[in-house]
Design a binder for this molecule. Structure first.
Ligand code: HAM
Length: 424
């Protein structure tokens, strides 16, 4: 019996890796333009970290975590909680009051797998910790938008405010009263959520529930003066930066730590899975985890979803890893000098393909085409004896002699001189 990968866990094959690397490089480049530094955390954390930050009554904590119950540890379902744990544990704010951090890596959630939804998925996660100004919210959102723009993607930015511990609890009570009056019309999940996590009812995707909540009170009308001012200034700052957005008063994030600004980058091109990235402010989280009273804001984007969307929207073609030169060694006596030349060239930074099978020239040229080699250096027994190989330009099929004299280093340098000016 063949052993296959676990459902919801996917290999990223060499064909797609070029695109993944392209996305990651763009992300690193843009994050660093905004002064973010990379941080890497372990995949396993104490379960309590996620329960306390993401919240007990969330889908992630209730149903989706990969937990080793006997050991009290969990495979991280997201990165924000781990970054905050590391931030507090190492007192990062002492060195620098405002920390700008990013991480890239796998996350684990036991969700029902479908297109763009996996059990092991990868996030690009960015956080700015220790700054409360609304312009920071706008700057971070603009950074996310810049990344998606530079990747050539078209998405819609939706924005909401979830208020704070002053204005949200009274709003929740009003919402529960409203939901209880209409209870009969809601789905079973929403009936249950009315008491466990009433805000989640607002973003239920079922048409009947959606229709009912249109009449629900809006948190945007119930914000306290500070939250109201903050949200107004975020919108103004986004306008200053020329970032278009839509207000969505029904947007409720699936994680409990959010306060004030929340946002999602949405697309209709991925079917039901509309969020390419999402985030928001979490002003009480660090203190709640035992750290100093610092605020924070961040977002995460799903790498799988970005890659899928790039395919779907035909954005940014990513060329495959092309080889600079293929050495076609013909005859057993040429194998040793060709292997030394290949090794020397690789030390000099050249991408070299070489096979030791002694196959025919035709087969080796075919293979050179498959690995996208720009040149093939043909070295048969005769060429070796004469001290002169044949260098073939694979695009134009032009051939020129190449002297196999001098040390391998000298040959390598001469070959590089020939290859480099031709680099596209
Ligand atoms: P999230 O909305 O749970 O937020 O996830 C962020 C993004 O991760 C989603 O928009 C989606 O692109 C991707 N994603 C989530 N679950 C899956 C899945 N099962 N399969 C594929 N992609 C997925 C967070 O994780 C927050 N930590 C974001 C944040 C950072 N907020 C503040 N800082």
């Amino acid at each position: 019996m063949k052993i296959q990968a676990i459902n919801g866990f996917k290999d990223i094959l060499p064909d797609s890796v070029g695109r993944w690397q392209h996305i990651e490089q763009r992300a690193r480049d843009i994050f660093e333009r905004f002064g973010l530094q990379e941080i890497r955390m372990p995949i396993l954390e104490k379960t309590e970290l996620f329960v306390r930050s993401i919240g007990e009554a969330t889908d992630v904590v209730e149903k989706e975590m990969y937990t080793f119950a006997d050991k009290g540890i969990t495979m991280r379902p997201e990165a924000t909680a781990s970054i905050m744990r590391a931030f507090i544990e190492h007192g990062l704010h002492v060195q620098q009051p405002v920390q700008r951090l990013y991480t890239i890596g796998p996350m684990f959630r036991h969700e029902r797998p479908q297109k763009g939804r996996l059990r092991q998925f990868h996030q690009l996660d960015a956080e700015i910790i220790g700054a409360v100004e609304p312009r920071i919210d706008a700057e971070l959102i603009a950074m996310g938008q810049m990344l998606l723009d530079e990747l050539g993607l078209r998405v819609n930015l939706e924005l909401n405010s979830l208020g704070c511990p002053v204005c949200r609890p009274p709003f929740k009570n009003r919402l529960i009263t409203f939901l209880a009056q209409k209870s009969d019309g809601f789905c079973e999940d929403c009936k249950r959520r009315t008491h466990t996590n009433p805000l989640r009812v607002l973003d239920c995707k079922k048409p009947a529930c959606r229709a009912l909540v249109q009449e629900a009170p809006s948190l945007l009308d119930a914000l306290c003066p500070e939250c109201d001012r903050h949200f107004r200034e975020v919108r103004e700052a986004l306008e200053t930066l020329g970032i278009p957005f839509h207000l969505n008063r029904f947007m409720v994030r699936g994680l409990d730590y959010y306060t004030r600004t929340t946002f999602e980058f949405l697309t209709t091109d991925l079917g039901a899975q509309a969020a390419v990235g999402a985030g928001g402010r979490y002003d009480g989280l660090i203190e709640q985890l035992g750290g100093p009273p610092l605020s924070g804001i961040g977002f995460a984007m799903g790498l799988e979803r970005i890659a899928l969307l790039m395919e779907q929207q035909d954005a940014g073609k990513c060329s495959q890893n092309a080889m600079d030169v293929c050495l076609a060694a013909l005859g057993t006596n040429t194998l040793a000098p060709c292997s030394l030349l290949a090794h020397t060239l690789r030390k000099q930074g050249v991408k070299v393909a070489l096979d030791y099978s002694g196959r025919s020239l035709k087969a080796q040229l075919k293979q050179a085409g498959r690995v996208n080699a720009r040149y093939t250096l043909i070295i048969g027994e005769d060429e070796w004896a004469r001290g002169e190989g044949i260098l073939r330009n694979m695009a134009t099929q032009e051939q020129q002699p190449f002297a196999l004299t001098g040390s391998p280093e000298e040959q390598g340098r001469r070959l590089m001189d020939t290859l480099l000016p031709a680099t596209p």
